[in-house]
Design a protein around this ligand. Structure first.
Ligand code: THU
Length: 241
C-alpha cells in the first residue's frame, strides 16, 4: 500500500530524516544532531520493516543462510534511512559498496567464490613479476574487493631507491583506479615472512581498516587483521568535521 504496488516485498524503510539530493547522513551531521536523544544516546532515524517470509525464501534462492539474508536486508534498510538510494547507476554502486562494507565489518561476508587459497596463489604468481634488482626481495600481493574482483601487484624498485613501490601499494592503486574503494582480504607472498610495511598498512587503512591480511612464504600462511597491525591508526574519519 505504501508503494502502491500490488505484491509483497522484502524490506521497507520509513526514514524520518530527508537528506538533500546526493547527500547521506555523513554529510549532514547537523540533521542527526537535531534528532539526537541524549537519554538513549542515539538518534531515531526511522523504521525498517522486514518480511521474514521473504528472508527465508530469498536465502534459499541465493543459496546462503537466513542470517545473511536478514543481515543484508537490515543493512539495506539502514542505508536507505541514511540517505542512500539505488535509482541511478552511480548511487546504486555507492549504496552497494556501503552495504558490503558494513556487512564485511560486521563479519557477514558475501560468499564470493574466492577462497583464501586462490588469493594466496595469485599473490605467489604476482610475485614472479616483481622488479627487485636492488633488494632481491620479490613480493606479490592480491587484494579482493567487496565486489568480488581481484587486483594483483608486485614490488617495483627504482634506481632512486626511495621511489620503490611495494606490492600491496601497486595492488591497491590498480584497484582504486578501477573504481574500487572497499576490500575484504589481501594476500601477500614473499620468500620470507613479509608482513606489510608501515606505509602499506597506512595505505590499506584508508580503504579497508578491518581488512584481513594473509601472508605466505614457503608453505606457511599467517593471518592478522589490519586493526591489530595498525593500532590507534589515523584515517579518513579523523579528518571529518
Ligand atoms: N616490500 C613490499 O613490496 N611490501 C612490503 O610491505 C615490504 C617491502 C618490498 C619493497 C622493496 O622492493 C623490497 O620489498 C625490500 O624492501
Amino acid at each position: 500500500m505504501y508503494r502502491n504496488i500490488d505484491r509483497s516485498t522484502d524490506v521497507l524503510s520509513f526514514p524520518l530524516i530527508s537528506y538533500p539530493a546526493g547527500k547521506t547522513a555523513r554529510d549532514c551531521p547537523e540533521k542527526l544532531a537535531q534528532v539526537f536523544d541524549d537519554e538513549v544516546h542515539g538518534a531515531m532515524i526511522g523504521d525498517i520493516v522486514i518480511s521474514m517470509d521473504h528472508v527465508f525464501q530469498q536465502a534459499e534462492e541465493f543459496g546462503h543462510t537466513a542470517e545473511r539474508e536478514a543481515a543484508y536486508l537490515l543493512v539495506h534498510g539502514i542505508c536507505h534511512l541514511m540517505g542512500y538510494d539505488h535509482i541511478e547507476d552511480a548511487e546504486r554502486k555507492r549504496m552497494r559498496m556501503m552495504e558490503e562494507s558494513v556487512l564485511c565489518a560486521a563479519g557477514v561476508q558475501r560468499d564470493h567464490d574466492v577462497s583464501d587459497e586462490k588469493l594466496l596463489q595469485l599473490a605467489r604468481e604476482a610475485m614472479k613479476n616483481s622488479y627487485s634488482p636492488y633488494s632481491h626481495f620479490p613480493v606479490g600481493a592480491a587484494i579482493l574487493s567487496v565486489n568480488g574482483k581481484i587486483y594483483t601487484g608486485c614490488n617495483i624498485e627504482n634506481a632512486s631507491y626511495g621511489l620503490t613501490r611495494c606490492a600491496e601499494q601497486v595492488a591497491v592503486c590498480k584497484a582504486v583506479s578501477e573504481g574500487e574503494r572497499r576490500f575484504s582480504v589481501i594476500a601477500i607472498a614473499a620468500n620470507r615472512t613479509a608482513w606489510p610495511c608501515g606505509a602499506c598498512r597506512q595505505i590499506l587503512n584508508e580503504f579497508a581498516p578491518d581488512i584481513r591480511v594473509l601472508v605466505t612464504w614457503d608453505d606457511h600462511v599467517e593471518e592478522a587483521n589490519l586493526r591489530d597491525l595498525l593500532p590507534y591508526g589515523f584515517g579518513p574519519s579523523d579528518l571529518q568535521v
